[in-house]
Design a binder for this molecule. Structure first.
Ligand SMILES: [Fe+2]
Ligand SMILES: [Fe+2]
Length: 167
């Protein structure tokens, strides 16, 4: 049986951000191209801030919200969230770091990053449905917008990296 509490939802959020940060941190450290490195460092710092935001939301949850189940355990929403969470590109930090190390060129890094950010948007949208306004729903909206901005930024960087590679 599936059960998600707000506490669990924010814990998943923290995990996603931490994995993203680990990916960008590793990729930035290995990147030799200065404009790509700059983008990766920006993203690394942004995911750290998002991690802190989820962590603060989790700490601020009222005690009752920690155990209260937010989705019907047999319902579509809970199964959908589980499927999204389990199929995301990095399910742990080790995997995120390993994937960053496997990338040969900035374009490879940005391809992975794009998938990660799109995963994050869809996951956060779904997670938001399991939270209440008084649990910081507006902050999740802010995080969704931030990940969308990352998608745009990464897409631009990917186009640039691909054009450079062709030269
Ligand atoms: Fe993030
Ligand atoms: Fe992001």
């Amino acid at each position: 049986m599936l059960s998600f509490s707000a506490d669990e939802i924010f814990r998943i959020g923290m995990e996603i951000e931490l994995n993203g940060k680990a990916f960008y941190e590793t990729a930035a450290a290995l990147c030799k191209e200065s404009s790509a490195k700059e983008v990766l460092e920006y993203l690394r710092d942004a995911e750290q801030q998002h991690y802190d935001a989820f962590s603060a939301m989790r700490d601020a949850l009222p005690a009752a919200a920690k155990s209260e189940t937010v989705f019907d355990p047999d319902g579509e929403a809970a199964m959908y969230l589980k499927a999204l969470a389990d199929s995301r590109i990095f399910t742990d930090m080790k995997q995120a770091v390993a994937l960053a190390k496997k990338c040969k060129a900035p374009a490879d890094v940005f391809e992975v990053a794009l998938r990660f950010e799109k995963d994050s948007v869809v996951l956060f949208e779904t997670m938001k449905q399991g939270t209440k306004p008084e649990w910081g729903q507006d902050k999740i909206n802010f995080l969704i917008d931030a990940e969308k901005e990352h998608v745009v930024r990464i897409f631009g960087a990917l186009q640039k990296a691909k054009a450079k590679a062709k030269k």
